[in-house]
Design a protein around this ligand. Sequence first.
Ligand SMILES: Cc1cc2nc3c(=O)[nH]c(=O)nc-3n(C[C@H](O)[C@H](O)[C@H](O)COP(=O)(O)OP(=O)(O)OC[C@H]3O[C@@H](n4cnc5c(N)ncnc54)[C@H](O)[C@@H]3O)c2cc1C
Length: 500
Amino acid sequence: MREIAVVGGGGGAVCLLEALSQRSGPPAAVTVFEPSDRLWRGRPYQRDADCVLVNLPSRAMSVRAGDPGHFDRWLAGARRRETGAAGEADPVAGGTGRADPFDAAAFPARAIFGDYLESVAHDSVARLRARGWTVRVVPERVVHAAPCGGGATLTTERGGSHRADRVVLCLGAGAPYDRFRLHGPEPGFVPDPYPVAHTLAGIAPRDTVAVLGTGLTAVDVALALRANRHQGPVCLLSRQGVLPAVRQRPVAHVFQHFTPGHFHELSRRGEVGFTEVVRVLRDELASAGQDPAELDTEFASLHEDPARRLRRQLDLFDAQGLGLRILQHTLPVAVDVWPLMPHRDRAALLQHHYRAIHSLCCPMPPSTAAHLSAMSEAGQLRIVRGLHSVSRTGRGFSAVTGSGRIHADTVVNATSVAAHRVPTAAAPLVQSLITASAASVHPHGGLRVRRETSQLVVDGTPQECFYALGDLTFGSLFITAAIPVIVKLAQEISREVAGP
Ligand SMILES: Cc1cc2nc3c(=O)[nH]c(=O)nc-3n(C[C@H](O)[C@H](O)[C@H](O)COP(=O)(O)OP(=O)(O)OC[C@H]3O[C@@H](n4cnc5c(N)ncnc54)[C@H](O)[C@@H]3O)c2cc1C
C-alpha cells in the first residue's frame, strides 16, 4: 500500500482527507502528524470565544469540493441537535443567541467551523477505513525529512522514524511575527492573541490596549475586548492603517472571462501581465453590467480615514454594484493566474497593491464591522497609521506612530506572520528539506511549488514525493490560505498522492 504522510493536522489536512475519501482507487495508508491539542481545527478554528467569526459566508466555507451547501447542511443539523437540548443556545448565532442584523446564518463562530472540521475528518476517516485504507494520527511534531529511494523518511521530535511514499506539508501560518521583539518575561505583551478567550482575559478593564496590526486578527482582538466589556481605550496600530473591507450581502457569480482557461489561452499568445489581468477583470465586470468605477473608487480610497472608510463600506452592505463581490470571487482563480504573470509584475503587485487587494478580497463580516464602528463612534477605538516602533517603558509601552507617541498598558500582537511564512514549529523540518535539496525558498516567501501539482520545486524540477498546501505556498501562488482555495488545491493533491 502507498504510504501518505500528512504533516500538520489542521484545516488543510481535513480538506485533503475529505478529498481522498471521495476518490475511488486502491487503498493506501495515511499518517497525520499533529503535535497540538487542536487536531483537525488548527490554530484558526480552535475552541474560542463566540465573537470570533469566520470571514467568508458559510456557503463559501464548505470543505467538500463541488458541494457548496455541505457546511450549511451540517449547520442546520447542528442547530436541530442543539435546539433539541433544552436551554442550549443557537450555534449559528455563535452560541450567544444574539441575532446578526445583517445575515444571521452567514458568518458562524470559527469554533463552530472547527466542530464542522472535526466532524468532516471523522466521516472521511470512516469512509476511507471502510474502503480498506488505514488512517492513523501521530501526536508528534515532525522535525526532519529527507528524500529516500523515491519516497521520504520523516523523523519526529521523540526520535520516531516513519517512511512515506508521498508527503504533504500542511503546516499552517504560525503566530504573528514579533517585529519589535517585545516578548519576554515581563508581563503586558500578548505574543499570540488566540484563543482570545484566554489570552485577553487578564487585561484590566481600564487599561489602554495597543493592538499591533489592523488586519483580521486585530479586528478579532478589538471585538473580543468589546465582548469582555473592556472600558479603556483600544488603538489598532499599523504602518498603513488599512482595515479589512466590509463584506457585502453575498451574491453568486459565474465567471465569463476571468477563468483559468481564458488566462491559459492568453498565456499561449504571450505574457499575462498585470495590465492584462486588470483588462480581463474589467471585461468580467462589463459582461456582468457593472461599472468598473466602483473598484477604482475602492482602490483609490485605501488611505481614506479608516473610521470613515469603515462606516462608508458598512453602508454599502446592500449596494447595487457587484464589483467588489465579483473581485472577491476571483481568489480561487488567482492561484492559476499568478504563476502566469511575469516575475516583475508579481513583485510590483506585492509591493504596491497587496495591502489593497488583501483588504478588499478578504473582508470582515458586516456584524463585525458594525461592532467596530460602534467602538469608534463611542471614542473607544482608534485606528492609527504610520506605526514606526514600539518599546517597553517603565510603566508599559510606548508606540511611535504617524500621530505621535501612544502610551499603552498592554500590547497585543496581531501583525502578519513573518515574510518567510514558515511557522516556528516547522522551522527545523523546512530547513532539513532545504538542506537535502528537496525544497527551495521562493523570493516572495514560502517554498517554491509547481502550480499544477503543488509539488515542491528545486531548480525548476518538481520533487516527486513532496507537496505543500496552504500558507507555505505563498509566493509561488497567491493568497493560498482561504478555505475555497485550500479545497481546490487539496482536491488536486489528492489526485496526485493517491495515484497508483
Ligand atoms: C486567525 C485565522 C483566521 C482565519 N479565518 C479564516 C476564515 O474565516 N475563512 C477562511 O477561508 N480562511 C481563514 N483563515 C485561513 C486559514 O489559514 C485556513 O482556513 C486553514 O485553516 C489553513 O489550514 P492549514 O492546515 O494550512 O493550517 P492550520 O489549520 O493552522 O494547521 C496547521 C497545523 O500544522 C501543525 N504543524 C506545524 N508544524 C508542524 C510540524 N513540524 N509537524 C507536525 N505538525 C505541524 C500545527 O500544529 C497546526 O495544527 C484564517 C487563518 C487564520 C490564521
